[in-house]
Design a protein around this ligand. Structure first.
Ligand code: BDR
Ligand code: CA
Length: 331
């Protein structure tokens, strides 16, 4: 607890309600990452966004950093610091996804130039310093891209692992298999070594895989609800998701794009609308065809110890209603 908070607590006053959870968002925006950031910033009673850390993923690091700055501006929250993290995975060359997200990563909108630069400190060092200065269990990490920064922080400073309340990560696929390869989901495939460090770390970890996000489709009717809000955030969400739709329509023939990363924030806000199991998940590091696969032991056949809460389903109508409500609170 910081000195001022300690003092106010002694006087029976608090700056945050007891229910407010401190989160750091680690992200590679990305249209769906951007919507997740907006939902988090639209939920100040439940979530305090301490900072955003960017990572190379959907597009190169300089773009994900720039996009995170622009999206916080869009939400009217230039006070949220943005730290640039790792520019490439731990061991592999970067893989990007402009074919899905467009050249900027957030094609579909043309947001105003960022009002300020990113912080000077490296994102990994920020994670280490912030977790070391926090009480154990005080900070939750919401990871929306390759998990390079978190794994690097765990390697550089193993003592931080026990201080993390929980990691909720959009990652993996089992029943839906893969999206970037036949068997691997993008966020794991880009940096499987980082994923391996984190699933073996003993940290409380919840995975939000494609098995869930492919059930949260941004249909035209749902996009219209964002547009009808009449605020600039609602319009931007509709425009970004309208762009994302192209890729998934062509690939899956669905009626809307799956909304991956906002599921992480929605899980923190309304866990009761998700269903999952505590199971063993291992990362395939050296498969001939299966590198980056999340080997999820849903049926418990391996007898390996459970290390992940693996989500499997979501009430999509409740999810979109929550999103619309939270985006509606923004400028
Ligand atoms: C994940 O990959 C990215 O393209 C999305 O932003 C999401 O985090 C889905 O596989
Ligand atoms: Ca992402």
């Amino acid at each position: 607890m910081r000195e001022r908070e300690r003092e106010r607590a002694k006087q029976g006053k608090t700056d945050r309600t007891m229910a407010t959870r401190k989160i750091i968002i680690d992200t590679d925006p990305g249209q769906d990452d951007s919507v997740a950031i907006l939902i988090a910033l639209g939920s100040p009673h439940e979530l305090e966004v301490v900072a955003i850390v960017s990572v190379a993923g959907n597009v190169p690091l300089w773009r994900t950093t720039e996009n995170a700055l622009k999206v916080t501006d869009l939400a009217g929250r230039p006070d949220v610091p943005v730290y640039a993290g790792c520019a490439r995975p731990m061991r592999r060359q970067p893989i990007t996804a402009e074919h899905v997200h467009g050249t900027t990563g957030i094609n579909g909108v043309d947001l105003a130039p960022a009002s300020r630069p990113a912080q000077d400190q490296h994102g990994v060092d920020f994670l280490i310093d912030t977790l070391r200065a926090s009480e154990p269990g005080e900070i939750t990490l919401c990871v929306l891209g390759p998990i390079t920064n978190v794994a690097m922080a765990m390697v550089k400073a193993p003592d931080i692992t026990g201080r993390i309340a929980e990691i909720v990560w959009m990652a993996g696929a089992y029943f839906e298999v893969g999206n970037i390869t036949p068997t691997a989901e993008f966020n794991v495939y880009v940096d499987p070594e980082a994923a391996d460090v984190v699933v073996k770390s003993g940290v409380k970890l919840t995975m939000v895989p494609l098995d869930v996000t492919h059930r949260a489709l941004a249909t035209h009717e749902r996009l219209d609800r964002f547009r009808a809000l009449g605020n600039r955030a609602g319009q931007a969400v509709a425009d970004m998701l309208n762009f994302s739709e192209r890729f998934d329509l062509g690939k899956y023939g669905w009626i809307g794009a799956p909304l991956h990363d906002p599921c992480v924030i929605a899980y923190l806000l309304q866990p009761e609308i998700f269903v999952g199991r505590h199971i063993n998940v291992e990362i395939e590091l050296a498969g001939t065809y299966t590198t980056g696969m999340t080997v999820a032991d849903w049926w418990g056949v391996s007898k390996r110890p459970a290390n992940v809460t693996y989500l499997r389903d979501v009430d999509a109508d409740a999810f979109f209603s929550l999103l619309v409500e939270r985006v509606g609170r923004l400028p």
